[in-house]
Design a protein around this ligand. Structure first.
Ligand SMILES: [Fe+2]
Length: 232
């Protein structure tokens, strides 16, 4: 019988048949869960964009929604590359995170910056889930020798990391500070009162909830921050 050390080495290298079969099944299950999660994310990002207060946050969600559609298509390429039909499987984690985002909308005033701060937090929780899922999938793909799948999954992993950084940048740039200054929740039930970077729209104090010099919108390849910290 192989030593414990050999068994562990075989497990992580996937070099014995039983382990490889088990890891292959695990990999397919993970892919199905991610495929489900990304499709849910496309819908959720649209809802979050509709609910957001500022143009910056709304555009960030819309940009990532488009990027996520590409990630769904890329996952179909991953399935194809390993000779498995694309299929999904319910992921309770993403369902819970999307529910949390909907709760943020229910619990905040329409038109408030507090809502945008909450939506950014909810968005980052979703991104962190995706980063964990894709990171694990890349590792499994490499162990199983699926180099094309690993490359495709790694590409999406980098996009998700970049999205998380952009959300941090967005929060730090103005949302948190302005939300803290907000006198309670600013009531605004109409789109006409939406805080905006529109040249015709100003805030009650005459300023604009905008700082286009520091916000690039997430989903952009212009990565200008390095940390994962945030001030929310
Ligand atoms: Fe994604």
């Amino acid at each position: 019988m192989a030593s414990l050390g050999d068994q562990i080495a075989n497990f992580f290298s996937g070099s014995d048949d039983d382990t490889r079969e088990g890891l292959h099944g695990l990999f397919i299950d993970e892919l199905k869960g991610i495929y489900y999660a990304e499709k849910q994310a496309v819908d959720a990002l649209g809802e979050q964009a509709d609910a957001s207060t500022t143009d910056e946050v709304r555009n960030a969600f819309l940009t990532h929604q488009e990027e996520t559609r590409g990630q769904v298509a890329r996952l179909e390429q991953v399935f194809q590359s390993i000779g498995v039909d694309a299929d999904d499987k319910t992921c309770a984690a993403i369902d819970g995170l999307v529910d949390d985002a909907q709760t943020v909308v229910s619990n905040t005033e329409s038109g408030s910056l507090t809502r945008d701060a909450g939506l950014i937090i909810a968005g980052q929780k979703i991104e962190h889930h995706e980063i964990a899922a894709y990171g694990s999938a890349v590792t499994l793909a490499k162990v199983l020798g699926y180099s094309e799948a690993a490359q495709l999954l790694h590409q999406t992993l980098e996009e998700e990391k970049n999205t998380d950084k952009k959300l941090t940048q967005l929060a730090e740039s103005f949302i948190n500070q302005r939300a803290a200054l907000e006198d309670g929740n600013t009531p605004s039930d109409s789109d006409e009162n939406r805080y905006s970077t529109d040249t015709n729209t100003v805030n009650p104090d005459g300023s604009r909830y905008s700082d286009s010099s520091t916000i690039t919108g997430y989903g952009s390849s212009n990565d200008t921050i390095s940390g994962g910290s945030r001030t929310l």
